[in-house]
Design a protein around this ligand. Structure first.
Ligand code: ZN
Length: 456
C-alpha cells in the first residue's frame, strides 16, 4: 500500500441541514473527525442523535473542532460514551466554551429525561439523556487546546487553526493528510461583525468544505442599534417589557454590549437589563477573560459589566416576573427550545404590551421558528400558550457570512481548489451557493448527501 493512498472524506452530518456537523477523513495515517455536532431542529434530524455513530467510535483517532457551538461539538460526549478515546483538538477559547456548553447540555438532557419519566411523556421507558454530566466531564478530559495560526504536526495529520470571526475561539481548520490540504470553513463570520474581528483569509488548499447557512441570502445593511433602540423604546412606552431569546454564547454578549451602549447614549429609556441564563453568564465571563480576541475595548467591557445585572439563581429568575416596571430580559435558548426563556415566554407571550425579540436564525421546526412565522398558539411544557405579545425577529444579527461574504473569503485563495463541498445549509441555501460558485468563480462544487464519501 502506498503511503500516498488517497484519503477519503465522508459527510456524516450537516448534509441537507444546518446542524450535526461531522466530517470524517480516513487515510492510511488514521481517521480524523472534523466537528462532532448534535442535530437540532426538526424531529427527523434530532432522531439521528440517537442512532449509533456510523463508524465505530473507537476507530476514530482524533477529533478537530472548529468551534464550541453544540451543532459542532454537542455529540462529543456521546461519541466518548461509544468508545472514542482520542484527543480533541481546538483553540483554547473553544475548549473553555465547550466546558460551559457540554456540561449545560448534559444537565438539560438529564433534567428533560427525568421530567419525561415523571410525566410519563415518553415512548421509551425509561427516557434516557443523550449523555450524562459524567460523560460530558469525561469527554472534556480529552481536549487538547492548540495555539492558533500555527502548524501542528500531529500523529495522523498536520493541523492548523485560523480564527474565522464567527464566535470567540472559532476557527477554520486546515488538515493536511497524505499530501492533500483540506480546509473546513467552520461557521464563517462576517467581515464587519460588531463583536468579532474579520475572518483571516484562507490558505492554499486542494479541497474546501464550506458552510452555506446563508447560501441564498444577503444581509441587508441595517442599523442594528437603531432597530433595537426603536423596539425597546416603543415597548417601554406602552408599559411592556422586552424578552430577547438569545444564543448564550456570542449573541448574548453582543446584545448586552449594544443595550449598554444605547442606555449610556440615552437612546433607550432608563430600564434594568437582566442577563438570565447561567450559561450566558459563564460565557460572558469567558469572553471578558479573552477580551483581546474580540473587537471590544477593556473600557467597553467594564461599562457593560456595570450596566447589566446577572441573574444567577432560578429563584432570582422567577422573581423577575414580579417586577412591575418595563425591563429587558436576555435569556436562552435562542430558538426557545429549552432553558429559562421558556418560563418567561409562558408569562409574556399572552401579554399584548410585551415584546419578544428573536435575536438570530431560527432553525425550521423550533418553537422560535413557529413564533417568528406568526403561529397564534405554541406549546410549552405540554401546555398551549396563546401569542398576543409583539413578535420581532432580527435575523440580520447573524454571526454567519452571507453568500457574498463566503465568496469574498474564497476569492482570497491563492488558487482555486480542486474540489469544493457545500455543507451546513438547508437544500435551497446549499443549491444557491453552488450556482453562485459556478457563475461568479467558475467552480464546480458538490452538495454531498448524508453518508456520501469522496476520494480526494
Ligand atoms: Zn456556530
Amino acid at each position: 500500500m502506498s503511503s500516498r493512498q488517497a484519503p477519503t472524506l465522508q459527510f456524516l452530518g450537516a448534509a441537507g441541514t444546518v446542524t450535526g456537523s461531522r466530517y470524517l477523513l480516513t487515510s492510511p495515517s488514521g481517521r480524523v473527525l472534523i466537528d462532532c455536532g448534535m442535530y437540532q431542529g426538526y424531529k427527523k434530524w434530532r432522531e439521528l442523535n440517537w442512532q449509533p455513530f456510523p463508524v465505530p467510535a473507537a476507530s476514530i483517532d482524533a477529533l478537530v473542532l472548529t468551534h464550541a457551538h453544540l451543532d459542532h461539538s454537542g455529540y462529543i460526549p456521546a461519541l466518548v460514551a461509544q468508545g472514542f478515546t482520542g484527543p480533541v483538538y481546538c483553540s483554547q477559547a473553544t475548549f473553555e466554551l465547550c466546558e460551559i456548553l457540554l456540561l449545560d447540555a448534559a444537565h438539560l438532557q438529564e433534567e428533560e429525561a427525568a421530567y419525561r419519566n415523571r410525566r410519563g411523556y415518553t415512548r421509551h421507558a425509561p427516557a434516557l439523556p443523550l449523555f450524562t454530566v459524567e460523560q460530558a466531564h469525561k469527554a472534556l478530559t480529552l481536549f487538547k487546546p492548540l495555539a492558533v495560526e500555527t502548524e501542528h504536526d500531529l500523529d495522523m495529520a498536520r493541523v492548523s487553526l485560523y480564527p474565522n470571526g464567527h464566535i470567540l475561539g472559532s476557527c477554520s481548520v486546515d488538515v493536511e493528510v497524505e499530501g492533500r490540504h483540506i480546509t473546513f470553513t467552520g461557521d464563517l463570520g462576517r467581515s464587519n461583525d460588531l463583536q468579532m474581528p474579520a475572518p483571516l483569509p484562507p490558505r492554499y488548499c486542494d479541497y474546501l468544505v464550506t458552510e452555506s447557512t446563508y447560501g441564498d441570502r444577503l444581509h441587508s445593511q441595517v442599523d442594528v442599534e437603531g432597530i433595537i433602540a426603536n423596539i425597546v423604546s416603543i415597548t417601554a412606552a406602552r408599559g411592556g417589557s422586552v424578552l430577547i431569546p438569545s444564543f448564550a454564547v456570542g449573541r448574548a454578549q453582543l446584545l448586552i454590549h449594544i443595550l449598554s451602549k444605547l442606555k449610556r447614549a440615552g437612546r433607550i429609556p432608563e430600564m434594568a437589563i437582566y442577563l438570565d441564563s447561567p450559561m450566558a453568564i459563564r460565557a460572558t465571563r469567558t469572553m471578558r477573560a479573552h477580551q483581546d480576541l474580540s473587537r471590544f475595548t477593556a473600557e467597553r467591557v467594564q461599562q457593560t459589566t456595570e450596566d447589566v445585572e446577572m441573574v444567577e439563581t432560578a429563584d432570582e429568575s422567577e422573581a423577575l416576573a414580579s417586577i412591575q416596571m418595563p425591563i429587558i430580559i436576555i435569556s436562552a435558548s435562542g430558538m426557545a427550545t429549552g432553558g429559562r426563556v421558556l418560563h418567561h415566554l409562558k408569562r409574556m407571550l399572552p401579554q399584548h404590551r410585551d415584546c419578544v425579540l428573536f435575536a438570530g436564525y431560527q432553525a425550521g421546526g423550533t418553537r422560535g421558528a413557529k413564533l417568528v412565522a406568526g403561529d397564534g398558539v405554541v406549546k410549552i411544557h405540554g401546555r398551549e400558550v396563546s401569542v398576543k405579545a409583539q413578535i420581532e425577529s432580527m435575523d440580520f444579527l447573524s454571526a454567519h457570512a452571507d453568500y457574498e461574504g463566503l465568496l469574498d473569503w474564497m476569492r482570497q485563495l491563492p488558487v482555486a481548489p480542486k474540489g469544493c463541498f457545500i455543507t451546513h445549509g438547508e437544500p435551497e441555501a446549499a443549491g444557491n451557493l453552488q450556482r453562485e460558485l459556478r457563475e461568479q468563480l467558475g467552480w464546480r462544487a458538490e452538495v454531498p448527501e448524508l453518508g456520501e464519501s469522496f476520494e480526494l
